[in-house]
Design a protein around this ligand. Structure first.
Ligand SMILES: Cc1cc2nc3c(=O)[nH]c(=O)nc-3n(C[C@H](O)[C@H](O)[C@H](O)COP(=O)(O)O)c2cc1C
Length: 182
């Protein structure tokens, strides 16, 4: 069997490395996650990025974490703006996720990113998509280098629901055919 290109992490004694790698990735893909847009703004640029590595980290203070790829534009913008916003999406909003898997095209005159209408959030000024089902606006509290990603820890400074109110069903990773992580 050809040696694996880059096998990450420890392997249980006696396990076949390639088979273990495959199973481990498939189990990791099964972790239940939502799909969100990470909104950021730097000195001269703003962005929306599809993300799934998101969770609440503490209840007092109200902290949420999002793991952002070390070379992502969004990481640079989160650092510059010392803030980020997580937009929760309607379960029917699948197409948006694909559209923001690369840096977004900003049209400041139209007020859109990749054609999605946004307004500056009242507290941090991050772009808040008007179609968001809900949002958490956060000030960057700290960051933790975790290898491929940087865990951006934010304190929630504002939150709200979209026009449909709190009972809307939200988009989760399992609602799309895209997988990330693993
Ligand atoms: C379903 C899905 C989930 C993703 N989740 C994350 C994530 O949690 N963190 C991350 O850094 N990139 C994630 N990505 C990749 C980014 O969307 C993509 O690499 C991104 O455009 C790079 O960020 P940038 O636009 O800020 O350069 C995900 C992509 C997909 C399709």
């Amino acid at each position: 069997m050809a040696p694996h290109a880059r096998l990450v992490g420890p392997i249980p004694d006696g396990a076949d490395p390639d088979e273990f790698d495959r199973v481990r990735r498939r189990v990791l893909w099964k972790l239940t996650t939502g799909l969100y847009l990470l909104a950021s703004r730097g000195r001269e640029q703003r962005n929306l990025m599809t993300c799934s590595l998101v969770t609440q980290l503490a209840t007092d203070p109200k902290l949420v974490g999002v793991a952002v790829e070390s070379d992502a534009l969004s990481l640079r913008l989160v650092r510059e703006g010392r803030s980020f916003l997580l937009a929760l999406l309607d379960r029917e909003d699948r197409a948006v996720v694909r559209s923001f898997a690369k840096p977004a095209l900003d049209d400041p005159e139209a007020g859109t990113l990749n054609g999605v209408a946004c307004r500056p959030s009242p507290v941090t000024g991050c772009p808040l998509p008007l179609r968001a089902a809900a949002y958490l606006d956060c000030r960057l509290e700290r960051e933790v280098d975790v290898g491929s990603h940087v865990l951006c820890v934010g304190e929630v400074v504002d939150a709200g629901f979209g026009a449909a109110g709190p009972d809307v069903a939200l988009l989760r990773s399992e609602d799309t055919r895209m997988s990330y992580g693993g």
